[in-house]
Every structure is written in C-alpha cells, then in structure tokens.
Design a protein. Structure first.
Length: 170
C-alpha cells in the first residue's frame, strides 16, 4: 500500500503531471538526437564514392531516428510525410503544443536548436546539389557532419541538464 501511495504522490498535482510529460518528451527528442549524432559521426568518415555508397546502405540501421528517415526519404525522392509514424506525429504535435502553451525559455532554446539544425542540413543539401565536383561534395559532407554533430551535441548536453533539473523538481 505504501508503494501505491508513493506512486500516487508523483502524479498528485497538475504541475507534477506536466513535468512528467516534459521529461518523456525531452527523453524522446534526446533519443532522436543521439541517433542523429551517431549518423553524423559515420557521415564524417565518407571520403570517396565507395564510402558514400556504404553510408547510403548503412543509413537503414539508423531507421529508428526520425531525422534519418526524413533524410532517407529526401535521398530517395519520396514524400517527407512517409517518414513519420503515428508515434512520431504524436510526439511532434505534443512538443509543439507544449512549446506554445508553456512558453518556457528552455523549450524555445531546444526548439531553436532543432530548427537551426534543420536549416543547416537543408542549406548543405542545397549547396551540395549544386556542387560541380565530387571533391567539393565530400568537403561539404564533412562540413555538414561536423556542424550536425555540434548541433546534436549541444542539444544532448542542454537536454541532459534540463532533464536532471526536471527530475529533481519532481
């Protein structure tokens, strides 16, 4: 009976329930960023056509990440909406709702990192499509992977800091 009372105490107020939702959302986004970070590290190893093709084949292993599925959809000229599963859509919409409803500075900062990362990847892809030589393309892939890894690292470190703060808040 004591265990049930202790569990009930974790969810007894509205603020505590919101904190739990924030922790679940933040954990999901950090999981996505960990997979993207690993993908960027592997992309850093692309030096020639053979390693690029092996990276293209290996990207299927990162299928757990929403970002990797979006990148794979773009590379295969498919709709980006095909990359989203129902759980992904749920997490994205709940995250956007929480950002709009709660208006916390930390949520805006994490959202800004995500938007900046998407702009970074899109800009590198647009420049990469216009590159005239393969050496320029491979240089751009190195720049893309280093920048993407930095954005992912910032999100993960900042997210861990916020998650620890939320855990001690409950």
């Amino acid at each position: 009976m004591k265990l049930i009372k202790e569990i009930d105490r974790l969810f007894d107020t509205f603020e505590k329930r919101i904190v739990w939702i924030e922790m679940i959302l933040l954990s999901w986004w950090m999981w996505q960023y960990v997979w993207l970070f690993m993908m960027m590290v592997v992309l850093l190893g692309v030096k020639d056509e053979t390693s690029l093709l092996s990276f293209y084949e290996a990207i299927q292993t990162y299928n757990v990440s929403l970002f990797a599925r979006i990148a794979f959809s773009v590379m295969n000229y498919r709709s980006i909406l095909n990359a989203f599963s129902m759980i992904d859509l749920l997490f994205v919409f709940v995250s956007l709702y929480m950002i709009g409803a709660m208006r916390k500075k930390t949520m805006f900062a994490l959202g800004a990192i995500t938007v900046t990362l998407i702009i970074w990847i899109g800009l590198c892809m647009m420049i990469g499509l216009r590159s005239s030589t393969l050496t320029a393309l491979f240089s751009l892939l190195h720049i893309l992977s280093i920048g993407g890894a930095l954005f992912c690292g910032c999100f993960i470190i900042f997210g861990l800091f916020i998650l620890v703060k939320l855990i001690f808040l409950v």
